[in-house]
Design a binder for this molecule. Structure first.
Ligand SMILES: Cc1cc2nc3c(=O)[nH]c(=O)nc-3n(C[C@H](O)[C@H](O)[C@H](O)COP(=O)(O)OP(=O)(O)OC[C@H]3O[C@@H](n4cnc5c(N)ncnc54)[C@H](O)[C@@H]3O)c2cc1C
Ligand code: FES
Length: 509
């Protein structure tokens, strides 16, 4: 994704007459060749970098909420006072400049260099040793936040993966399509872990957790003590139980290694079959089309993603993929993979020198179950993300938490939710006592069409559609009993942010 490149707007060092920027408004300008956002809140003026540090989203098109600004693309939040990336999916701060009001104008002055951050959380009994099980979204975000909060004890991150934490969503998008270079994938370079004293141990599998004795055992027989533990083991792809499903040209897509293996196979492949019209299945289909491979998608549902988006948006998603050359075989299950052919229930066979199974995931809860933690279709946590063992927290795809807006206990498989839960769990391991009240958000990318979604709706009475879905300019509100449960949008980024804020305000009342 490309963000704003050449700085536009006025040179903010030359002064902007007061009144040009309305209350709660902002102005995009520049300082030298850096794009800078001049924002006003009451009588206060702030100047921060205008380009989101996640994927370069244009913050001037985002939404200001209090003394923060939210990115229009994937809803990261930045402090207007310091430029800090307060909430994922951005982690790096944007620049921050001093402002001065003089003679009826506001001037942007020198850049404020981030200083040494002392421990922000003053806790009575800070733990000495924190162990994080999982090196994915939640685990990484937690480790990063622990150091940002000034935690000085030991952090050990145990990950069964062979790669340091990476941009998992990209594994089915630009990276798989061949449009993202390798250096985009790691969330941080290797020296980050060394410099921040994070003992990241890759290819390290935790075998069991002794909740009472405060230790974890590894599959190599070693054990490790902890004062607080974060369990963030994510989810694993469901395998298909049909003949041929374990053949070497049949793949699931969860990890960077999976994505690389598919890319390797795709180099010589001509015909791909994707089993399952899930987000991952469809994103993989789009990526393979970008590689000019013939793609067939077979799935049991009537329309792709209908359960999540409803029939109108599902129809749009189907047509969009068909326009790009994907052939659907819906209301059809595969019965066998027979060499380079996939057999469907109807008896039809599809050529396939590459097969991707994208039929969903199941949370990796085995460790929690064996440790005697409360499990209910996910690891049960309270609003502080604490499991039934007070020194063990859980976050991400495995955690089922009491959602403040819906009032239901949710377990959700979204990147941003996992990262933000990791951030909240980190602060709570340090004793912050912070409730996780964030409204769920996810995005999905199909060719050049991003779909953003806030809230969570597993069922609804009706969908209020504003705009034009086919015209790629729409907002769909999923309502039950007159209440908006969730909102999906295409190129209505501000409205998506506004819907998120409206839900948050209702949730905390
Ligand atoms: C290809 C792909 C694309 C996606 N795209 C999107 C998207 O566009 N938008 C969106 O919102 N979400 C997306 N998701 C979902 C999102 O990536 C997940 O919700 C998120 O990664 C969950 O984070 P997590 O930390 O819970 O688990 P993960 O990120 O899966 O991390 C789990 C970690 O635990 C480790 N682990 C597991 N068991 C053990 C053990 N016993 N010992 C040690 N380590 C262990 C694993 O190796 C891994 O490092 C996508 C997922 C995939 C696979
Ligand atoms: S580009 Fe800003 S949150 Fe992704």
């Amino acid at each position: 994704m490309a963000g704003p490149s050449a700085p536009s707007g006025p040179d903010l060092t030359q002064g902007i007459p007061l009144g040009i920027v309305g209350d709660n408004g902002n102005l995009l300008g520049h300082v030298g060749d850096e794009a800078v956002l001049l924002a006003r809140r009451g009588d206060e003026y702030f100047a921060i970098g205008a380009t989101c540090t996640h994927y370069s989203g244009p913050l001037a098109e985002g939404l200001m909420v209090g003394d923060t600004v939210r990115c229009p693309w994937h809803h990261a939040r930045f402090s207007l006072r310091t430029g800090e990336a307060i909430d994922a999916p951005a982690f790096n701060p944007v620049g921050c400049w001093r402002t001065e009001v003089r003679d009826g104008s506001v001037y942007v002055r020198e850049k404020i260099e981030p200083g040494f951050a002392p421990a922000r959380l003053k806790t009575q009994a800070a733990p000495d040793r924190i162990v994080i099980v999982g090196g994915g979204a939640a685990g990484f975000a937690a480790a990063e936040m622990l150091r940002r909060e000034g935690f000085a004890g030991s952090i050990t991150m145990l990950s069964s993966d062979n790669a340091p934490p990476y941009d998992r969503p990209n594994c089915s998008k630009d990276y798989l399509a061949g449009n993202a270079p390798e250096e985009w994938m790691p969330l941080r370079p290797p020296e980050f872990y060394r410099d921040n004293g994070i003992d990241l141990r890759l290819e390290t599998e935790v075998a069991s957790i002794d909740a009472r004795g405060h230790s974890v055992s590894l599959t190599d027989g070693k054990s490790l003590p902890f004062d607080k533990l974060l369990l963030a083991t994510g989810a694993e792809p469901i395998r298909l139980d049909i003949p041929g499903a374990n053949a070497p040209h049949v793949f699931v897509l969860r990890s960077l290694a999976d994505s690389r293996a598919i890319i390797e196979r795709a180099k010589a492949a001509k015909h791909a079959v994707v089993l399952g019209a899930s987000f991952i299945g469809l994103e993989a289909a789009a990526a393979l089309r970008a590689r000019e491979i013939e793609v067939h998608v077979a799935a049991p549902e009537r329309a792709p993603l209908e359960k999540v988006f409803g029939s109108e948006m599902a129809q749009f998603v189907r047509l969009l993929h068909e326009e790009h050359g994907v052939t659907f075989h819906l209301e059809q299950k595969a019965t066998a993979i027979d060499g380079a052919r996939v057999r469907l229930e109807s008896g039809q066979t599809l050529d396939a020198d590459l097969v991707i199974i994208g039929i969903g995931v199941r949370p990796r809860t085995a460790l929690a179950e064996r440790a005697g933690l409360q499990v209910d279709r996910g690891v049960s946590v309270n609003e502080y993300l604490q499991t039934s063992a007070p020194d063990i927290f859980a976050a991400g795809d495995i955690a089922r938490w009491p959602d403040a807006y819906s009032g239901s206990r949710l377990r959700i498989e979204h990147w941003v939710v996992a990262e933000r839960q990791g951030q909240t769990a980190a602060r709570n391991m340090l004793g912050a006592g912070e409730k996780f009240t964030q409204v769920p958000f996810f995005w999905s990318q199909h060719y050049d069409v991003p779909i953003n979604y806030v809230g969570h709706a597993e069922g609804w009475d009706d969908i209020a559609i504003e705009g034009d879905i086919a015209g790629r300019d729409c907002m769909l509100r999923y309502r039950r009993g007159g209440r908006v449960l969730a909102a999906a949008s295409i190129y209505r980024d501000r409205e998506s942010l506004e819907a998120e804020v409206a839900m948050e305000r209702e949730a905390v009342q």
